[in-house]
Structures are given as structure tokens and as C-alpha cells.
Design a protein around this ligand. Sequence first.
Ligand code: ADP
Length: 400
Amino acid sequence: MKILVINAGSSSLKYQLIDMNGEVMLAKGNCERIGIDGKFTHKTKDGYVETREVNMPDHTSAFHQVKQALTEGEGKVIDDLSEVAAIGHRIVQGGSKYDRSVLVTEQVIQDIDDYAELAPLHNKAHVQGIRAAMAAFGPDVPEVVVFDTAFHQTMPPKAYMFGVPYEYYKKYAVRRYGFHGTSHRYVSNRCYELLGKPGGEGTKIITCHLGNGSSIAAIQDGKVIDTTMGLTPLDGFIMGTRSGAVDPSVVLFIMEKENLTPQQMSDVLNKKSGMLGISGVSSDDRDIEKAIAAGNERAKLAWEMRTYEIVKYVGSFISALGGVDAIVFTAGIGENQPMVRSEVIKSLKYRGAVLDEEKNKVHGEEMEITTPESSVRAFVIPTNEELVIARDTKAIVDQL
Ligand code: ADP
């Protein structure tokens, strides 16, 4: 069975075709700048790469590019579109209603659209992606949606409520949802295999998804009990361009002083803060590292602030869990930044955590990075959100 995984943004559409027979990625690519000037990239598992400028006025025309690339020319990986058995979509916000992946129906599309209020940039684009896939592939190809928020739905109210008047929860569903759930689910499941505890029963683990956007989850017996992201993916600790949690008064104070509208303030917090805002250099860790090596004090400060915040969250989650068996690092930074991992593990020296310096040099590969005598185990586990989406899609379609 071949499954097409789709991640639709407002002006982009990422895709991956996965053969579930052996879980092999056959091709992947990205339609960027949809509705602007259009850039299309297509890569196959055999190393074929194609990049071209092509006008894509909307998501439906982007799907036509994808269909063409998959079935024609040098980058062709299937003979006919009928080989695509199902389509799986990544959806950012599934509200309190969706604690698992589901088959797309009109009601599901309506719900995703309704939740757009909580994730304006993302959910509207996802609905466009679902509708465009239907138009391009026809109504007979089943579609499944996989929510970033679903895995966090096990959090108890004491973890997901905010200390604002209860009426806002009732009226507007203001609460902590958490994001990156697909990634936290994938790496936690892999961690249970490495711990020899399938399903995670009897375990306490902390998963750190550290990328451009970052979040940490505390997971007990396979269920999330707390996570750092909140109503939106802005909460938590310093990210590439996002502020993470700040004293709420800081937001009101800056808005007043700078005479900013909510949208302008949202741009400051989401796009101009974090590593970029503090360092003034870049949101990207590789640039920050270079700047630190060149003696840039603000880049160093940004780095120290982020590490300190991660260490604080990990410590507080250990208390919330009442202990910890393993810590997992994943995503661009988690998989590739030995220094961040090292500082987090060293902060747990008081608990008997011992880093294996040699193994911690790993980049982008699965590795246990603590020594056999360490009381807390730590792993680097590369994430694979597309594979989770494909697996969920297959599981649902198999039951039709
Ligand atoms: P996104 O949230 O956009 O998916 P990623 O998970 O790709 O982001 O993470 C991007 C971050 O990971 C960037 O800060 C980048 O510098 C960092 N990163 C990726 N690869 C490396 C590497 N080889 N060495 C150091 N940092 C890396």
C-alpha cells in the first residue's frame, strides 16, 4: 500500500509518498510560494532531484504538480495515480475533540475549520489542502487527518488549564493543547522499545523536540501529563524566532509603549523574538554557533538562556513525574547539537546521570548517550512525523 503524506501550509504544500511495504519513502518534495511565484522541488529515494519555478495559483494546482512529478518524467516513482491508496494530512489543531487520527468526513473538515480560530495560520491551510487533495485525487481515495494536538489530550485539567477566569475556557476553549504530538508519540514509542517496555507501561520519560519550534513533553505510562507549548505553539522556552513563555505583563507593556496592535505584537513574539531576537544574528543554531565562536556576546546570551530554560523545564517535569527513566532528544537541534544535550544531562548529575561524551558526538542517528552506570538513560532518536501519519492512515484505511 502506498500512502501520500501531506503537510499543507498557507503558501506551501510538502508531500511524501511512502510505500508501507517496508515503510520506504519513495519520493518527497515541496510546493513553495503557492499563489506567489511558485517553486517546486521533487526528490526520489534513488537520488533524483528536480527544482523548478512553476506558477501554482492555488493548492489544487500544486497537487497537479505533485501528481505529474510522481507519475511522469525522470522523477517518476509510480505508473499510475491509482497506486496511491490513501492520503494522510498533518493538522496542527484538533481542539479537545480529537484525541486520535480519524478518517476525513464533512464534519471533520468543518471541525478543523472551526478550530482555525485557535490556529489561524495553519488550520485554514489544512482545509484547503484536504479540499484540493479531494479535487485532485477524486472522492474515492480515502483521506485521514493526524493532529499535532492529539497525543497531548491525556493531560489532566490541572496541567492544561491557565490561571485566567474560567469563563474564557468555557467561552473560547482557552487552555493548553500542546503541539508536535506526532513527533513526541513517535520518539516515545521508539524509546519504549529501547527500554524494553513496549507501550511504556511503568515508565516515566521526557521527550525534547528541539527544532525551529521546540517543545518538551512529560510522559507517564505512555500518556502525556504535561507539555511546554500551550494554546498556541508560542508557549514554552526560547525557540528560533518565538519568545516562549514570558511574564504576560511584558506583552501588555510593550504593546502600550510601542503602540502595537495584537497582530503586530503577535509578529514580535512569533517572528522577531527567541534566538533571533536576543542574538540579533539569526534564528538558526548553526549561525548562532559561528557567532559565538567569533565572540558575539548576545549570541552567547541567547544560547545560555535557551539551555537554562530547557534545564528548568526538564527539572520541573521530573518533579511532576516523580522521577524519570529516560530523556529523549529529537528534531534538528536535539539530533545535531551535542552541547545542548550535554548541558541538559550534566544538569542531572545530582540524580546520577552520566553522559557518554563520545556517544554524545552523534549527529542525526539513534544513539544512547548516557553510560551503562547512569541512573537516567538518554537517547537521541531521529523523529519521523511523516511515517507516523502514514502508519495512522494505513491503520484507519485497513479497517474500511
Ligand atoms: P523545524 O522546526 O523547522 O522542522 P528542524 O527540526 O529542522 O526545524 O530544526 C532546525 C534547527 O536545527 C536549526 O536551528 C538548525 O540550525 C538546527 N540544525 C539542523 N541541523 C543541524 C546540524 N547539523 N548542526 C547543528 N544544528 C543543526
